[in-house]
Write a protein that binds this ligand. Structure first.
Ligand code: PLP
Length: 422
């Protein structure tokens, strides 16, 4: 199954960025005397008024706990919460909402798999295949498990041109029980060859977990076409609120997995000498869930659906291409860009090193020009070590960014270069 990373530009409408931008109240402000230029969406996206309003409206008119009360607003809260699940399921091509578990974020989604499936299925001598370009969210849960159980962790390396090195894939995947990979690097923008990895995992008799945190907000997603087993993502990077993420998994896996967190909601019955689990998906949703956040996420999904994910992807390919060209032309060798050079093979994150100026200093001067970028190790310390840097300044684009934002970024970088006299 080939992945369509590059929808034909002719087939999809262009995003009307000035109109989109008006939907985001936060963007309508000055910062340090400049128009606010937000190019840090890989860290967290901004929220349209529709999401903010839906959450306020929910609290103002409908809030009650879900799956409990039998009065009108409690039933409406439950309906909205479950409707959010249905919308999310449709958005990612899931066969049914029952495989959609709401979590706090993708970090919790991956931990759910590590604690529940991992501890029920892995023991000393078993192996998991990861990659060198994982976010800590898809490393530390497995490092904890490795420490606790003696599970072996293997890693697909990253090449000097920022791709996953699949040369030794057959050897590395042989005998593993799980392959767990990001769909897109949050540092490099590299898109993972998921089709190759899914095929290799399944041929080896392993399951595959995909961290879709940087994928779902930016590309059309179909978990059935991807043929993955576990798929996690996070609401706040896709126009939704913080505090909500998703684990989707094949239902037969979820049915067989032991509970993760215990408490209310996740039980069918409790006695003093035992308990029985609830049906899916509630078996994995202990305690009062993120109700308002689910309401907000549903509206975020509506917004992205209305834009069209093919159009979102085409916009980002085009804008990233413009950014790579502009930055290369203006800065040449003064600016190292860590990531693939072909826009159609990557996402819209651009990790930069400006001369020998520390990324935090770059970010602070950019802030003086109203430009927000992320500086640091991006929660991917092993990858930073592989790149031989301890930090980069990372710009990342989304539906509300356009070439003016890229130009503002480039102007602010030029001012930074002058300031530090590189
Ligand atoms: C690839 C990737 N995975 C996981 C995460 C963690 O997301 P969260 O903090 O929402 O759990 C991020 C966030 O930056 C990410 O980029």
């Amino acid at each position: 199954m080939a992945l369509n990373h590059t929808p034909g530009a002719a087939d999809v409408p262009e995003l009307d960025v000035p109109t989109i931008r008006k939907k985001f109240p936060i963007l309508d402000q000055q910062m340090n005397g400049h128009r606010l230029v937000y190019v840090d969406s890989a860290s967290s996206s901004q929220k349209p008024a529709s999401v903010i309003d839906a959450m306020s409206r929910y609290y103002e008119t409908t809030h009650a706990n879900v799956h409990r009360g039998v009065y009108a607003i409690a039933e409406e809260a439950t309906r909205l919460y479950e409707q959010a699940r249905t919308k999310v399921a449709r958005f990612i091509g899931a066969p049914s909402p029952n495989g959609v578990i709401f979590t706090k974020n993708v970090t919790e989604a991956i931990n759910l798999v590590a604690y529940s499936w991992g501890r029920a299925n892995l023991q000393a001598g078993d192996a998991i295949l990861l990659t060198e370009m994982e976010h800590h969210a898809n490393l530390v849960p497995w490092l904890i498990l490795a420490q606790e159980r003696g599970v072996e962790l293997r890693y697909l390396p990253v090449t000097d041109d920022y791709q996953l090195d699949l040369t030794d894939l057959d050897r590395l995947v042989d005998g593993v029980k799980l392959v767990s990979v990001t769909a897109m690097s949050n540092v490099l923008g590299t898109l993972t060859p998921l089709d190759r990895l899914v095929d290799a995992a399944h041929a080896a008799g392993a399951l595959i977990l995909v961290d879709g945190a940087q994928y779902v907000p930016h590309l059309p997603t179909d978990v059935q076409a991807l043929d993955v087993d576990f798929f996690g993502f996070t609401g706040h990077k896709m126009l939704g609120p913080t505090g909500i993420g998703v684990l989707w998994a094949r239902e037969e896996l979820l049915e067989a997995m032991p509970a993760f967190l215990g408490g209310g909601e996740m039980i069918r019955d409790v006695r003093l000498d035992g308990w029985t689990p609830n049906d899916l998906p509630w078996k994995f949703e202990a305690g009062t869930p993120p109700i308002a956040e689910a309401v907000g996420l549903a509206v975020a999904v509506d917004e992205l659906t209305a834009l069209g994910m093919d159009a979102v992807r085409a916009h980002e390919v085009s804008l990233t291409g413009y950014a790579l060209r502009t930055l290369t032309e203006r800065f040449g060798d003064d600016l190292a860009i860590h990531g693939p050079s072909e826009p159609s093979q990557r996402g819209g994150v651009v990790s930069m090193q400006l001369g020998d100026i520390h990324a935090h200093d770059v970010s602070q001067v950019l802030d003086q020009h109203g430009v927000c970028v992320r500086a640091g190790h991006h929660c991917a310390k092993p990858l930073m070590r592989r790149l031989g840097v301890n930090a980069t300044a990372r710009a990342s684009f989304y539906v509300y960014n356009d070439t003016d934002d890229v130009d503002a970024l480039a102007d602010a970088l030029a001012a930074t270069r002058d300031f530090f006299a590189v």
